[in-house]
Ligand binder design. Structure first.
Ligand code: ADP
Ligand code: MG
Length: 181
């Protein structure tokens, strides 16, 4: 058994991104909280890059735009590998064409720019972030995948999913998917 799923019996539960009423209906808002409420959607331990790519394909079906996806975890934890699966599914992008956009910072995919792959690794501070034009991207009817999402800050006022990566062993990664809004 290669998959451990705490939510949704092996399947991603519900629709992750579209701002549907049903997605909000069951959430109980805390009276006052600085951190946004997070709802666990799926968790998987993968044992190879291929498994992580396949998990990305699975997740992609649920990422309805507009949708911001924050990918968080240390270097080599598997963020870009998961993105390969998501992009293969959403925009038919061959895996070898997906690299961390470390220098260009933003890659655009799909016929009408419906999917963006962003890497904030080299971003330092608010001013750097502002030069990226992320607000413009996030205002579009698009899925925006953001590596090093922890640098994005607390603005989760739009439909947002956070995916956290933990490096458990040589080829083992725990991937946790939460809805933040
Ligand atoms: P990041 O984007 O988080 O820096 P990458 O996806 O670029 O990480 O790199 C992950 C590295 O770990 C790749 O070399 C990949 O082959 C390797 N790897 C080994 N096992 C896994 C796994 N289970 N899931 C994802 N990547 C894995
Ligand atoms: Mg990367």
């Amino acid at each position: 058994m290669t998959a451990l799923s705490l939510a949704g019996a092996g399947r991603v539960r519900g629709q992750l991104c579209s701002d549907s009423e049903s997605a909000h209906a069951k959430r109980v808002e805390p009276a006052r909280s600085i951190a946004p409420p997070a709802a666990l959607l799926a968790q998987r331990v993968t044992h190879s890059p291929e498994e992580t790519v396949n998990f990305g394909r699975e997740l992609a079906k649920e990422l309805q735009p507009p949708c911001m996806v924050l990918l968080e975890g240390e270097l080599g934890s598997g963020k870009t590998t998961l993105v390969k699966g998501i992009l293969a599914s959403l925009a038919s992008v061959p895996e070898d064409e997906v690299t961390s956009p470390s220098f260009t910072l933003v890659h655009e995919f799909g016929p009408e720019g419906r999917v963006y792959h962003v890497d904030l690794y080299r971003i330092e501070g608010e001013r750097d972030l502002a030069t990226l034009g992320l607000d413009d991207l996030l205002g579009r009817d698009a899925t925006v995948l953001i590596e090093w999402g922890e640098k994005f800050g607390e603005d989760v006022s739009r439909p947002c999913v956070r995916i956290r990566f933990e490096h458990l062993g040589r080829d083992e990664r725990r991937i946790t998917v939460e809805r933040l809004t």
